[in-house]
Design a protein around this ligand. Structure first.
Ligand code: PSV
Ligand code: MN
Length: 423
């Protein structure tokens, strides 16, 4: 397929930026002055924000499903090429979403070279590949109804391992460098699955996949406490995922999906422990009120995500550690326009990352040393309550993206143009 030009007209974006330039300049000046009083350099923060990027999930540019149905928006992408077009819009407007995370077999392609070429023409690359052995595909030989990598039947495990190896092969052709595995294997009823042997079978399958992993790739193990299995899940928690990743090998690490925790779990503490173990591989960013709600990241519990980011900023501040977790969005869009939701998410990530950068880490450590709980908490709150929106808007403008991405997207008419084109 011939490559199309960038989705949005660059001149359109810059002309809108020019109109907002005077106000943005004034807001930045004011923020720079207030930050300077705290000894923080605006320009240094700007660079910190510009360095933060997330990957867009290919499944996030179409409306997802609830258990009760799915309600498509007009002009949804019909194939992988169109999914990339929509993902490029998010990056063009935010300068913070330059990679896409694919799901195989949902995004299975016979022509990865053409897909890669198209992505490159849009300024996109590929982040971790995701393998799907949690549902059956039409024509599939063996069913995953009772599991995949941990299935009691070796033939089903072989099929699931083969799908992962195929996912690696596609990812390799696309230039990806990581594979994320999430499996729904488990049991709905006590006695249904043998707890010990099912974990061993899972480990055995993971070892086979790891043997097929290219040297410069990483393998991420994603845990989740329940759903689709409601009584027992083979990789239910960070303990199981960490244990598995330690056994599998050096390039195997844990992936934290924010929605994969029971209410009240202290996720930032898990993050700190995984960092200590050198086993924090990546994130699936989203938000939730109950469990795996897959809502817009930062929409329900922004302070929680800020606290997670604070731990990540702390870890990243040590240049010796070569700390580079993969940040990916993993959301299901049901009531919002998917592109708008992804733009909003990316902006929210930029804002929360900027606020985490504002924490005075030395002063915080001093409060902690003095057991000054209030001082320490206020250090975090002070950063969290700072309105960094002019800073992140300026970071986008410097990256040739939009000062106001959502308004620019709505004014561009992209969705209605796609509705006409794609039907
Ligand atoms: C499972 O709930 C999950 O978080 C995994 O990451 C999947 O790959 C993704 O959602 C999409 O189903
Ligand atoms: Mn996930």
């Amino acid at each position: 397929m011939a490559s199309r030009p960038l989705a949005l007209d660059r001149d359109f974006i810059s002309s809108r930026n020019r109109k907002a330039a005077r106000e943005l300049g004034a807001d930045c000046k004011y923020l720079a002055r207030t930050l300077k009083r705290k000894g923080i350099e605006f320009e240094a923060m700007l660079e910190g924000v510009r360095a933060f990027t997330v990957a867009v999930p290919s499944w996030g540019v179409r409306t997802g499903g609830t258990r009760f149905g799915s309600f498509p928006v007009p002009g949804q992408p019909r194939d992988l090429f169109e999914k990339l077009d929509d993902a490029a819009v998010v990056n063009q407007l935010t300068a913070a979403a330059p990679r896409v995370s694919l799901h195989i077999p949902w995004d299975k392609t016979d022509d990865p070279a053409a897909v890669r070429k198209h992505a490159r023409s849009l300024g996109l690359g590929f982040d971790a590949m995701n393998s799907n052995t949690f549902e059956d595909q039409p024509g599939q030989e063996r069913s995953y109804k009772f599991g995949s990598l941990a299935h009691v039947d070796a033939a089903v495990r072989d099929q699931a391992v083969a799908l992962n190896l195929e996912t690696i092969a596609i990812g390799r052709a696309l230039g990806a460098k990581a594979l994320t595995i999430w499996i729904g294997d488990g049991a709905n009823f006590p006695g249904q699955a043998a707890l010990g042997p099912s974990f061993e079978r899972c480990l055995d399958s993971l070892r086979r996949i790891y043997r097929g992993l290219p040297r410069d790739w990483r393998l991420f193990l994603e845990y989740k406490p329940f759903e689709p299995a409601f009584y027992y899940t083979v990789l239910a928690d960070w303990g199981s995922a960490l244990m598995a990743s330690l056994e599998i090998g050096e390039r195997c690490a844990v992936l934290v999906d924010l929605g994969h925790h029971l209410p009240g779990t202290n996720i930032e503490a898990i993050v700190a422990r995984l960092i200590r173990a050198g086993k924090l591989g990546g994130f699936h960013l989203n938000d939730n009120h109950y469990a795996d709600d897959d809502l817009t990241a930062g929409s329900i519990q922004p302070y929680r995500l800020f606290r997670v980011f604070h731990e990540l900023v702390l870890a990243g501040a040590n240049p010796k550690k070569n700390f580079r977790p993969a940040y990916m969005i993993d959301q299901s869009h049901n009531v919002k326009d998917p592109i708008e939701a992804l733009i909003q998410t990316t902006m929210e990530m930029q804002n929360l990352w900027a606020r985490a950068l504002l924490v005075d880490r030395e002063r915080l450590a001093e409060y902690q040393r003095l057991n000054d709980a209030l001082g320490a908490e206020m250090e975090l709150k002070d950063a969290f309550n700072t309105d960094v929106r002019p800073l992140t808007a300026m970071a986008r403008v410097r990256g040739d993206a939009a000062a106001a991405p959502l308004a620019t997207y709505r004014a561009s008419g992209y969705r209605s143009a796609k509705a006409r084109e794609r039907g």
